[in-house]
Design a protein around this ligand. Structure first.
Ligand SMILES: [Zn+2]
Length: 464
């Protein structure tokens, strides 16, 4: 088995950069590799540093043993050497915002994504995913989110489903729930405790939570060692009316990440601005500075707006993404159905959300703040599981990030947010999560789409 994998691997190597990765050529799964694996090529290490040309990365025992220039270090003659030519060696990518389902669980690793953060899901679904023994990304999750009494689920689901999937905190087992309804600080603390007991590493605080309950949940999460992600009001969801907590209040509560640049439109409005009118750079600066001061990671998920604002481009662009040439018909039909639901007014609101998020991304980055990459798959339109993280990288570049900073958003900064210091950067001693792409993404960020090798904790996933 091992030999045949190696043969396939070396055969692949011979024609590495002429291969087109279609979904029928997905990695077949992990296999043991030789003790030492040597990669030669351009290195972008995930710290935001400039690329290292003619780099040398030595992997052994699932870890990065050495990183430097070619010729700067010897390695055993028995080591397997992969010279990736003009390709680029990156840390394994991290999608910070996904909603997983079993039918696209296999889409992430072939896209170079070795770690995902699930941002709201039933614990029962997460257990099913975790029991899957095939090679899958590392999974961190929030479990069911905390929302207020007027939870958003009431807008999307009939009463019968709301009754099944959304319950007040402390109303019994939470395995099936997708939201816990929380009205008081005491309920908030109980909801956080139940998530901690179920292995969540993050708590997701949603837009309709009353402020006092929000603050209590954030404080309880800190006490239990959980991190906090938050998704607040946006123009395109329910408008800003029902939302109670704005981004400045969330930052004060000490949240670790703000998703979709949500809550900023409400804060902007409360500061006297109109988020639908031309943006006031002074207000943007004020909000960005507060974000940077809080050391909070802005996870703008530009992808979730882009498909709504520019549906034609988003549809056409799908084929350039990993997995985008063979999208299953039901998924494509679902994309089209979602896209048809929009009106000019809803596209206008999404456009204002996108514009605000882009302005914040640019300013937060200029001020030295933290930007993280996430897609919110499968929300929004034409948001392809796995592949769309590569679109997110391009959108971050369009918003004003240098390409290496966009890559950092999906690697080093993302791992920092997850509290996983041995992931996300190519540093000696870190876990050997590595992706090789064709070409130079520091010059053209779209090069990340041409994924050639995916290595997770030292295990190479072969392209067949
Ligand atoms: Zn989401």
């Amino acid at each position: 088995m091992l030999n045949s994998v190696r043969k396939r691997y070396l055969g692949c190597l011979a024609g590495i950069f002429s291969l087109a990765l279609a979904s029928s050529q997905l990695p077949s799964g992990p296999d043991a590799e030789p003790d030492v694996l040597v990669l030669k090529g351009r290195v972008i290490d995930g710290t935001g540093a400039a690329p290292l040309e003619q780099g040398l990365v030595i992997l052994a025992a699932g870890k990065i043993q050495y990183i430097g220039k070619q010729g700067s270090r010897d390695y055993p003659a028995t080591a397997r050497v992969l010279d990736v030519g003009d390709g680029t060696i990156l840390p394994g990518l991290i999608d910070l915002h996904v909603h997983l389902r079993p039918h696209y669980w296999d889409a992430f690793l072939p896209a170079g994504i070795t770690t995902v953060r699930d941002a709201n899901n039933a614990l029962a679904t997460l257990r099913t995913l975790q029991q899957d023994t095939a090679a899958r990304p590392r999974l961190l999750y929030t479990g069911p989110m905390l929302d207020g009494p007027t939870t958003i689920m009431k807008r999307f689901f009939p009463d019968s489903l709301v009754a099944r999937y959304v319950r007040p905190a402390t109303a019994g087992p939470i395995g099936e729930l997708i939201a816990q309804q929380v009205e008081t600080p005491a309920q908030a603390r109980a909801a956080v405790d139940s998530l901690a007991a179920h292995g969540a590493s993050f708590v997701k605080l949603y837009e309709q939570l009353p402020l006092a309950a929000y603050q209590a949940a954030a404080a309880q999460a800190r006490k239990r060692g959980l991190r906090v992600m938050t998704d607040l009001g946006m123009l395109q969801t329910r408008g800003l009316k029902g939302a109670q907590v704005d981004a400045l209040q969330a930052l004060q509560a000490g949240v670790h990440s703000i998703e979709h640049a949500s809550g900023y439109a409400l804060a902007y409005q409360r500061l006297g601005g109109d988020p639908m009118a031309p943006l006031d750079t002074r207000l943007i600066d004020q909000l960005a500075r507060a974000t940077v001061r809080g050391r909070t990671t802005l996870v703008p998920t530009l992808s979730v707006f882009y498909g709504t604002v520019q549906p034609d481009s988003a549809r056409q662009d799908l084929a350039t993404l990993p997995g985008g040439k063979a999208i299953p018909a039901p998924m494509m039909a679902w994309f089209e159905q979602q896209a048809r639901q929009h009106t000019p007014a809803s596209r206008g609101r999404a456009s204002a959300d996108l514009r605000l998020a882009q302005a914040l991304v640019r300013r937060v980055h200029q001020l030295g703040g933290l930007i993280g990459a996430g897609t919110d798959v499968p929300a929004g339109d034409y948001n392809l599981p796995g592949g769309n993280l590569h679109r997110e990288l391009a959108l971050l570049v369009e918003a004003g990030l240098p390409p290496v900073a966009a890559i950092q958003a999906a690697t080093g900064t993302a791992a920092r947010l997850l509290g996983l210091p041995t992931l996300g950067t190519l540093r000696r001693g870190n876990l050997a999560d590595v992706v090789v792409v064709a070409g130079n993404p520091a010059q053209d960020i779209r090069a990340t789409r041409r994924v050639r090798y995916v290595i997770q904790a030292g295990r190479v996933l072969t392209l067949q």
